[in-house]
Ligand binder design. Structure first.
Ligand SMILES: [Cu+2]
Length: 335
């Protein structure tokens, strides 16, 4: 809209125009009414100025109801337009399309770490293909941060201890700023990075050219490795639900809990099941799972979640896992 403007960031995602249209509607409305009020004020100031020292004001009569309805009705309609328009933009911004590619973002004093779907990692740099919806699942390794890309009109808090999500679809090849939008300590202002939006074939070439891990990556054990090395396998087995629930197909399913509630097994639930297993006990099981709180980094927890996400139910079609499971059969504990 304003190319190279120092005050207005470029529009580089499908959300940019929608946010800007609403922003300019509200800004325009505010300017219009500010000017109108000042103009009428000055006009009346002059028109009804006191001409004689003994002149006094007149009480307004008649049309009072009509006047009240008008100056209540017009702002009401305008604010409702802002509300529904804003809600529409907000829902569009907060609901990633089903086919979005899954990326992970970690905030840490004072850097941004990114993990690509194939496991490639980078720091303070984020390469993405243009025209592809990208879903971010984000968490912090310390304090509250906020992942912000002004050119995409994207901004989402990144919190320790849980996952927040955001998504975007870049529309213009180029380089754009990443900022931390939440004051997070002395080097907050250096918590910046660059998003590189590339043509899909350039992105594929970049991915292929980086080796198994990005230049600034470092390695993290895969979920499958952790599942064995942290001894999850001693209880969670694909063939027996005797000691612990079968995790094949659990992701996205409805889990019946002790006490009668059900929860949908999303990322936050799996995370809590690993770090704070006592918080929600699966119906039909004993609370014997130890906590892995101080034994796993945030990145390792994500690796385990990714691994559990990919565990498909044995034999059964993947979709059938969403049926609410009955209390799992526990040999010996049920007659
Ligand atoms: Cu920060």
């Amino acid at each position: 809209m304003f190319p190279n403007s120092p005050v207005f960031p470029p529009q580089a995602s499908t959300l940019s125009h929608k946010v800007d249209a609403l922003f300019f509607f509200m800004l325009g409305g505010a300017i219009f009414f500010s000017l109108l009020i000042v103009a009428v004020l000055v006009f009346f100031l002059v028109k009804y100025r006191r001409r004689h020292p003994d002149e006094s004001g007149r009480v307004l009569t008649g049309h009072a109801t009509l006047l009240e309805i008008t100056w209540t009705g017009i702002p009401f309609v305008l604010l409702m337009v802002c509300f529904f328009w804003g809600a529409h933009v907000f829902f569009g911004a907060s609901r990633p399309p089903a086919d979005a590619a899954q990326y992970y973002v970690y905030g840490k004093q004072w850097m941004w770490k990114v993990e690509h779907p194939d496991g490639k990692r980078e720091i303070n740099a984020f390469h993405v293909p243009v025209g592809v919806p990208i879903k971010l699942t984000m968490t912090s390794e310390d304090v509250i941060h906020d992942f912000a890309v002004p050119a995409f009109r994207l901004k989402m808090d990144v919190l320790p201890g849980r996952y927040t999500t955001a998504w975007f679809k870049a529309t213009a090849v180029g380089q754009y700023h990443i900022f931390c939008d939440q004051y997070c300590g002395v080097e907050h202002s250096k918590m910046v990075g660059t998003i590189y939006v590339m043509e899909p074939q350039d992105y594929r070439a970049w991915v292929a050219g980086q080796g198994a891990f990005g230049p600034a990556g470092g390695t993290v054990a895969s979920g499958a490795e952790l599942f064995v090395s942290k001894a999850c396998t001693t209880c969670h087995r694909p063939d027996s639900s005797a000691r612990a629930p079968i995790l094949q197909g659990v992701f996205g399913s409805k889990v019946a809990l002790l006490g009668g509630q059900t929860v949908t097994a999303d990322e936050n639930y799996i995370r809590e099941s690993i770090l704070n297993p006592q918080a929600k006990i699966v119906q039909g099981y004993q609370p014997i799972m130890p906590t892995f709180k101080d034994q796993l980094s945030e990145e390792e927890v994500i690796q385990l979640i990714k691994y559990i996400k990919d565990l498909k139910p044995e034999g059964a079609a993947a979709g059938s896992a969403t049926a609410a499971p009955e209390a799992p059969a526990v040999p010996g504990s049920k007659s």
